[in-house]
Design a binder for this molecule. Structure first.
Ligand SMILES: Cc1ncc(COP(=O)(O)O)c(C=O)c1O
Length: 377
């Protein structure tokens, strides 16, 4: 079994720990354990400090499942807790791995989407999130990719890295199509409910859809390493429970407790992310208008990442490398198999964002306007 190199994490790991301005991160404003416990009050703080470090339940802590169920308007039994959305993807792809099976995925997309099925010998079929189509999906393209061997269609809305969203009508059309054919429809909605304009609903309202979500992105608590799945189908849930019992047994109990606090105080936690993301996106509007001769973009409709492209070059890696030398970290588009683009995270650097954009602006102005294969012409 071969897992392809995780180019994005290799890039981030190389630079992230020693960079002045991190515009590559895909999360939002950070939290300390202390700040989160302050949201909860003294009794909860004491409960947290004195809880025993034992195994948790395979399906997840009851209180956490109830709080998540309340957010989605489903019953708590529909909630399976996992170690981040990453584990949800492992569970889903593992269970889809039957001889001759195929899965339908977005391109560009989070690298794990394709790396897992490829390594498991599942055929991967890709639908485009193309700038020529304003980063919108083409529902008919997805339907045409499906056949009797299709196990799963994966949507990712709001989409990482473009920030595009799938409309409620598109999601419903795909739900009808897939459920009629016994294909599992999954929405990775780790950026829900962070929107910039039209808001879309969680796929948890759809009876045959599977949702994967986490505390890493919209909640901006990646350190709790906690995610969840919403599944209405009891048989599928039993399979997830079983897989999870093998893969990781349960979450770490401290992470689950902090996650439960964040979920119960989600008005505050999500509002903080939304405010920072909205404010910084407005600043990014001005930046993009000013530098449109060199970089262009489609404004994200959700989430905390944008996926601009270089107007005069097919390869943004030299641009990202030179930016990193000036203290600004971006992520090259080749990590998402679209080399002319780069990913820019606009919510993680918080109040530092204006200074980061100033520095990036100086760099962009100094960048040769036209490069061919890394050579100025
Ligand atoms: C779209 C998407 N799904 C899932 C994940 C996995 O996140 P985690 O394991 O932190 O929940 C990520 C992380 O970058 C992501 O971008």
């Amino acid at each position: 079994m071969q897992l392809k190199p995780f180019l994005l994490d290799m890039w981030l790991d190389n630079y992230e720990h020693d960079i002045e301005f991190n515009l590559a991160a895909s999360t939002g404003p950070t939290w300390t354990v202390n700040a989160l416990l302050n949201l909860a009050g003294e009794e909860e703080r004491q409960r947290f400090l004195n809880h025993e470090l034992v195994y948790g339940r395979v399906a997840g802590a009851d209180g956490l499942r109830e709080a998540i169920a309340e957010m989605h308007g489903v019953s708590a039994e529909c909630v399976q807790i996992v170690t981040g959305a990453s584990e949800a993807l492992v569970v889903l792809m593992w269970l889809a791995a039957e001889p001759g099976a195929n899965v339908i995925l977005p391109r560009p997309g989070f690298a794990t989407f394709s790396a897992l099925p490829e390594s498991l010998g599942i055929e991967t079929r890709f639908y485009g999130i193309r700038k020529e189509n304003n980063f919108s999906i083409d529902v008919e393209e997805i339907k045409k990719l499906a056949d009797a061997r299709t196990k799963l269609v994966l949507l990712n809305s709001p989409h990482h890295p473009t920030g595009a969203t799938v409309s409620d009508a598109e999601m419903e059309s795909l739900h009808e199509f897939t459920s009629g054919r016994g294909i599992q429809l999954v929405n990775d909605e780790v950026y829900h409910p962070i929107y910039h304009g039209r808001e879309t609903k969680s796929a948890s309202r759809l009876p045959h859809a599977t949702v994967i979500h986490d505390f890493s992105k919209a909640f901006s608590l990646p350190g709790v390493r906690t995610g969840w799945m919403i599944e209405h189908d009891r048989k599928r849930r039993e399979r997830y429970w079983n897989a999870r019992a093998y893969f990781s047994v349960s979450n770490n109990t401290a992470g689950e407790m902090l996650a439960e606090i964040a979920m119960r105080k989600r008005d505050i936690v999500l509002q903080r992310t939304q405010e920072v993301a909205s404010r910084n996106l407005e600043r990014l509007d001005g930046f993009m208008a000013e530098h449109r001769e060199i970089v262009n973009w489609i404004r994200p409709r959700g989430g905390m990442t944008a996926f601009p492209w270089l107007v005069h070059s097919e390869n943004a890696r030299p641009f990202c490398q030179a930016a990193a030398e000036r203290g600004i970290l971006l992520a090259p588009g080749d990590c998402f198999e679209v080399p002319s683009h780069f990913r820019l995270g606009f919510a993680a650097s918080g109040e530092e964002f204006p200074r980061a954009l100033d520095r990036l602006g100086e760099f962009v102005k100094s960048w040769p306007a036209k490069m061919v294969n890394g050579v100025t012409v």
